[in-house]
Design a protein around this ligand. Structure first.
Ligand SMILES: [Fe+2]
Ligand SMILES: [Fe+2]
Length: 280
C-alpha cells in the first residue's frame, strides 16, 4: 500500500477529528476572504473570551518578538498577520487538549516555537513569526493520533518504552505513516497555507522538502535543540541527529552559535513552562 493509501485508510478509521470550536471554523473561512479586516477577525476571536485570552498569551510570548506588549487581539493581527493568527488560534484550541492530556508535548511545542523565533531572527529570515507558528504546530500529528487513534497511540508508546524504538519508528510500524505525514494531512483539512504545512510535513526530513527549505530547516533544528535542552517531552527519549541538509540550507556556519544559544536559553527562561532541565 502506498503512503497515501495508508493515510487514507487511517483517516477513515479515526474516531473523530479533534473538534474545533465554532469560532475557529468561522475564522478559517473568514481569513480566506480578501476584504476581511483585522477588526472583524479580532472581534470574532474576542467573542470567545477564553480563546481571546489564550491568543493574547501566545502572541505575547517571547517567540513573536513583542513580549508583553500586545494588548488587543486586533492589534496582534495587524502586527502578525492573518496566517500567524490562524495558526495561533488553531494551536490554542488543539493544544487545549494537549495542556490537559499531553503536557510534555505542549511544552515541547512552545519551546520549539521560542527557539525557532530566536534562530530565524539571528539568520535574518523574513516572517519569523510565521516560522514560529509552523514550529508551534509541527507535532500536531501526534495530538491527532493521541485523540483520534488512541489505541494505536498506546501501542506506539508501549513500543517506545519497551523496545526503545524512536517515536517515529514506532509510528511507522504501527500506523505505516508518521506524525509528520498525519500533521500535513490535518493541515490540508484545515486549509493551512503551504508555508505552514510544508514545515510540518518535512520537519524530520528537511532534505526532501520541495520548497521553503530554510523554514523547514529552522523548524527541524529548533525541534532538536529544544529536545537537547530537556524542555518538555515530545514523546521520544532520543534526540535525533540534526540533518546536515538543514545546516546547509540556513548557512549555519555564519551563525555565532554561543551567542545564539545564550539568547535561546534567555528566551526559554522567560516562559514558565519551558525551564531548561539541568543536564543529567
Ligand atoms: Fe516531530
Ligand atoms: Fe517535535
Amino acid at each position: 500500500m502506498s503512503k497515501a493509501q495508508q493515510l487514507k485508510a487511517i483517516t477513515r478509521r479515526m474516531d473523530s477529528l479533534p473538534t474545533l470550536p465554532q469560532v475557529v471554523r468561522k475564522l478559517t473561512m473568514m481569513v480566506e476572504s480578501p476584504d476581511v479586516t483585522a477588526q472583524e477577525v479580532g472581534k470574532l476571536i474576542s467573542s470567545d473570551q477564553v480563546l481571546g485570552a489564550k491568543v493574547l498569551r501566545l502572541v505575547n510570548s517571547p517567540f513573536y518578538g513583542f513580549p508583553g506588549r500586545i494588548s488587543s487581539v486586533s492589534h496582534s493581527i495587524i502586527l502578525l498577520g492573518f496566517n500567524v493568527i490562524k495558526g495561533v488560534v488553531l494551536s490554542a484550541s488543539v493544544f487545549d487538549l494537549m495542556e490537559r492530556s499531553m503536557v510534555g508535548l505542549w511544552e515541547h511545542s512552545l519551546g520549539s516555537a521560542i527557539v525557532s523565533g530566536a534562530l530565524s531572527r539571528t539568520l535574518g529570515l523574513s516572517e519569523p513569526e510565521e516560522i514560529s507558528t509552523a514550529c508551534l504546530l509541527h507535532d500536531i500529528g501526534k495530538v491527532l493520533v493521541r485523540v483520534s487513534l488512541s489505541r494505536d497511540y498506546d501501542q506506539i508508546v508501549a513500543q517506545v518504552t519497551e523496545k526503545g524504538s524512536s517515536f517515529r519508528e514506532a509510528e511507522l510500524q504501527v500506523l505505516g505513516v508518521d506524525h509528520a505525514e498525519i500533521g500535513a494531512w490535518l493541515a490540508h483539512e484545515w486549509n493551512l497555507p503551504e508555508r505552514l504545512a510544508i514545515p510540518i510535513e518535512y520537519h524530520h526530513d528537511p532534505g526532501s522538502a520541495p520548497k521553503f527549505k530554510e523554514r523547514v530547516a529552522v523548524v527541524h533544528i529548533a525541534d532538536s535543540i529544544v529536545r537537547a535542552c530537556g524542555v518538555g517531552n515530545g514523546g521520544d527519549p532520543l534526540v535525533g541527529r540534526i540533518s546536515p541538509d538543514a545546516w546547509e540550507y540556513i548557512g549555519m556556519d555564519k551563525v555565532d552559535l554561543p551567542m545564539l544559544m545564550r539568547k535561546i536559553l534567555e528566551d526559554l527562561e522567560e516562559v514558565d513552562c519551558c525551564q531548561v532541565s539541568p543536564a543529567e
